[in-house]
Design a protein around this ligand. Structure first.
Ligand SMILES: [Fe+2]
Ligand SMILES: [Fe+2]
Length: 324
């Protein structure tokens, strides 16, 4: 069991070492892309033509692909939930120029562009019932998310490392699928977002490696605890108007799995990546519980592979209320 008082001390001590990681992976706004870089300019006389082009190219996209794009956007748009939760992590402090809070604000500012850009694109596409989409976003923010991190920095950074890798995969694959279906501008948007997610994943993975320098047993035990809990997606409570909490999340995941945009296999690939990046196999100087956690983690990919082999992706399509 991770001792809170010890964690707070560790997080305080690690701040100065985390600062170069923050500087390495966060870029100032003027050096980053903005949603406007990818959207038609409203004062341009050709604006109506550009919108027509977006609509034509969007119309050609497969139903499953477009529903995944909307689900991804809804997940991005629930950013207030993620920031509120993460800001409560032990060791994060909005005052006193705290490195962890600086990271989180910078990260939020970067992430905020993802929802903004995709949201505007969906609006222009003409394929989305924006009222239904917006109600789903509002529900998701209102309901919060409960993914087992508590306010523990080890668990939080394991979760965010996993999630950033997962969103990198999904946005990247959506980009590839859009390109294959003739929508190069949207492919460029999704690929650009995917590269942000990769940068963020690198930062979170480096934070865990830094914390390994302090109490490797606790970090590894918490990593194992997160995997035992299972990594839930941030949009797991997604719901449609008039339906129950979380009712459409499975339909959204099934659409993604059918297109191989995000599958159970990817879950294992991400886990393997984390095991390698944090060198779990070779971690020594662990207490008994830490050693058990390490052994559990090293066997986990094989066990999950066996489960995946037995599972099947449902083929019937759900008619999402947000998609015309
Ligand atoms: Fe994002
Ligand atoms: Fe992200």
């Amino acid at each position: 069991m991770t001792k809170i008082s010890e964690v707070v001390e560790i997080m305080k001590d690690a701040e100065s070492k985390a600062l170069p990681i923050v500087r390495k992976y966060l870029a100032p706004p003027e050096k980053l892309w903005q949603p406007a870089d990818f959207l038609p300019v409203t004062t341009d006389p050709k604006f109506p033509d550009s919108v027509r082009e977006i609509q034509e190219l969007s119309k050609a996209l497969d139903y499953d692909l477009f529903s995944v794009l909307i689900g991804d956007t809804i997940t991005e748009e629930a950013l207030p939930t993620y920031q509120t939760w993460l800001m409560q992590t032990e060791g994060f402090d909005q005052q006193n120029s705290n490195t962890w809070a600086t990271w989180l604000r910078g990260w939020t500012a970067e992430e905020n562009r993802h929802g903004d850009l995709l949201n505007t694109y969906l609006y222009l596409s003409g394929r989305v019932d924006m009222w239904q989409f917006q109600v789903t976003v509002q529900y998701l923010i209102q309901d919060g998310f409960f993914v087992g991190m508590e306010h523990n920095p080890y668990k939080s950074f394991v979760y965010t490392s996993f999630q950033e890798l997962a969103t990198n995969i999904t946005h990247r694959r959506v980009a590839t699928a859009c390109k294959a279906q003739g929508n190069a501008p949207l492919a460029k948007i999704c690929a650009t977002i995917a590269s942000d997610e990769k940068r963020h994943a690198n930062a979170y993975m480096d934070f865990i490696n830094l914390l390994f320098e302090y109490n490797p047993s606790d970090v590894i035990i918490d990593f194992a605890a997160m995997m035992k809990h299972g990594i839930l997606m941030p949009g797991h409570m997604m719901q449609e108007f008039g339906e129950g909490k979380g009712d459409i999340f499975n339909h959204f995941s099934n659409s993604a799995a059918r297109l191989e945009i995000y599958t159970g296999r990817d879950y294992v690939v991400i886990l393997e990546k984390l095991l390698k990046r944090w060198d779990i196999e070779h971690r020594r100087e662990l207490n008994d519980e830490g050693q058990r956690a390490r052994d559990y983690l090293m066997k986990l990919p094989g066990r999950l592979e066996a489960v995946i082999k037995r599972s099947k992706v449902p083929q019937e399509r759900h008619r999402f209320k947000w998609l015309h």
